[in-house]
Design a protein around this ligand. Structure first.
Ligand code: ADP
Ligand code: MG
Length: 255
């Protein structure tokens, strides 16, 4: 595993009003690594991903992606908050896939995929379309480029959403329970695409309830509860022999 750290969280804290949601998260994701996060509902998993992607501001600790502090620029020993335009630029380097696919309903699969490259990055439409078709091919939807979201199954829509994120050539992909909204028979096709992506060397942070995926594909498994990392380690070890009672209790419910 290469040594470059892509995500570094040190004591990351986040509150909503008086509710402390993240109570000091420490973790690292190295380049090419797949880090899976499991934990009960409300433990702060989505909030943590949203902090990485500049959708929420942290209240304490330090959070950096590819060596730069999320939302800030360091000049000497002073921190300057980034302007919205700069934040958008940083966010474009991070791909995010949510539980719900959020595809534009009035655009075809291909149009959804090339929207970002064309309008955010200024890639010429013809080039973007060529790359977009290749990406749809990669997620097994080469023949559905002209289909509208309503004509696609949930699994197919989620694969389009993955292709759309990849179209921005992200350095990091965040997944927030990408298969939780799918009918059970459609889960496998999405996990297979994610597995391929992991094999290709993509750095991935995956919040999931798919313990089998975490065991097979994950390099590190993190168990979160109550806004804290309770336990982390090689997935097989954490799953087979959890050290903490809370991890054990959670796993016994989902396995
Ligand atoms: P998880 O993804 O692990 O289920 P979340 O990060 O979604 O957990 O939520 C953690 C806690 O933060 C929950 O108690 C939730 O109600 C609260 N929370 C999340 N987003 C907000 C928000 N925008 N405003 C207030 N509370 C929030
Ligand atoms: Mg969540």
């Amino acid at each position: 595993m290469s040594g470059t750290v892509v995500v570094k969280a040190e004591g990351v804290e986040k509150s909503y009003g008086s509710t402390r949601v993240l109570k000091g998260i420490d973790l690292e994701v190295r380049q090419g690594e797949v880090l899976c996060v499991i934990g009960p509902s409300g433990s702060g998993k989505s909030t943590f991903l949203r902090c990485i992607n500049h959708l929420e501001k942290i209240d304490g600790g330090r959070l950096s992606v590819n060596g730069s502090l999320v939302g800030y620029r360091q000049v000497g020993d002073r921190l300057h908050e980034l302007k919205e335009r700069e934040i958008c630029k940083e966010r474009a380097e991070i791909g995010m896939v949510f539980q719900r696919f959020h595809l534009f309903p009035h655009m075809t699969a291909l149009q959804n995929v090339i929207e970002g490259p064309v309008h955010v990055k200024g890639v010429p439409a013809a080039t973007a379309a060529e790359q977009g078709r290749a990406l749809l091919e990669r997620v097994g939807l080469g023949d559905r480029a002209d289909a509208y979201p309503r004509e696609l199954s949930g699994g197919q829509q989620q694969r389009v959403a993955i292709a759309r994120a990849l179209a921005m050539e992200p350095a990091l992909m965040l997944f927030d329970e990408p298969t939780s909204a799918l009918d059970p028979e459609l889960v496998g096709e999405v996990l297979d695409v994610m597995k391929d992506l992991a094999r290709s060397g993509m750095t991935m942070l995956v919040v999931t309830h798919e313990i089998g995926f975490a065991r097979e594909v994950g390099d590190v498994l993190v168990f979160m509860d109550g806004g804290r990392v309770v336990e982390s380690g090689p997935p097989r070890e954490v799953i087979a022999d959890p050290q903490e009672e809370r991890t054990r209790a959670f796993l016994s419910k989902v396995l």
